[in-house]
Design a protein around this ligand. Structure first.
Ligand code: PAF
Length: 254
């Protein structure tokens, strides 16, 4: 597995090679990320993973500071998974403009998570565009846990005529239903026991309003529960940790 820590070194390697499959990540890798890697390996001649904790998508400095960083473990997991190359840029590498130039979307990005995390999706779209321009993949893989993010990245690829297929992959859950997330490891023991209720409640409640009330009653701090286009989206907080999830709605939900 080749590891590149600068855009110049990466570009030198990439020149002349076939387009790879690409899995962008912020590290602290778990089974959800590895499912994206496997899908990319099935569908592409080779696979590159990026690990970059993108500062511009964090709206709270404390959240950025607390985000788990474990690059050596991540590299071990990627090597074991048979990944061909890893791109580990620095913030200086990716933001030579000091974030003067950015991508913004002005509808969907202001709803759901965007309404609670100002500027979050500008940061996501900007870094994903930069990474896609550097990596030049045939396909890029994103998890459906971040469904709103996936829709926005698809929209950006279409609007800006990017020559890449954006591939959405199913949510990977723990045995108790909790969606896999790098943030789960920050849950206090008691909160970890409560966390799977998020999935149970949003799947089973008759309405978004009922789900929000039930989650609040159980002790979650609810950012939102909303039904949009036959899907229910939720974001909650347990202590310092913010969890998101979404489920397709079946007929019968109001
Ligand atoms: O989903 C993530 O891990 C991040 O938002 C992404 C797409 C890697 C951009 O930093």
């Amino acid at each position: 597995m080749k590891v590149f820590d600068s855009p110049a070194a990466w570009r030198g390697f990439r020149a002349g090679l076939e387009a790879p499959g690409f899995v962008p990540t912020m590290g602290a890798l778990h089974e959800g990320h590895l499912s994206l890697v496997r899908r990319s390996q099935d569908e592409n001649p080779w696979t590159v993973v990026s690990v970059f904790v993108n500062p511009t998508q964090f709206d709270e400095a404390a959240d950025l500071a607390a985000y788990p960083r474990q690059v050596e473990d991540d590299l071990d997991r990627l090597r074991e998974a048979g990944v061909d190359a890893v791109f580990l840029p620095s913030a200086e590498d990716l933001y030579p403009d000091d974030y003067r130039y950015r991508v913004s979307e002005n509808q969907l990005s202001h709803r759901l998570c965007g309404a609670h995390r100002p500027g979050h999706f500008d940061g996501v779209l900007t870094v994903v565009l930069k990474l896609l321009n550097l990596v030049r993949p045939a396909r890029a893989y994103f998890g459906e846990k971040d469904y709103q993010q996936l829709q926005l990245i698809r929209g950006m690829a279409e609007a800006l005529f990017l020559d890449v297929d954006i591939v959405g992959c199913p949510i990977v859950r723990e045995a108790d239903g909790l969606a896999r997330s790098s943030r789960n490891r920050r849950l206090a023991e008691r909160d970890r026991r409560l966390a799977p209720e998020l999935y149970r409640v949003i799947r089973n409640s008759g309405s978004a309003e009922d789900a929000g009330a039930e989650l609040a009653g159980l002790g979650f701090e609810v950012d939102y529960v909303e039904d949009i286009d036959a899907r229910r989206f939720a974001a909650v907080r347990l202590g310092e940790v913010r969890l998101i999830d979404n489920v397709p709605l079946e007929a019968g939900h109001s």
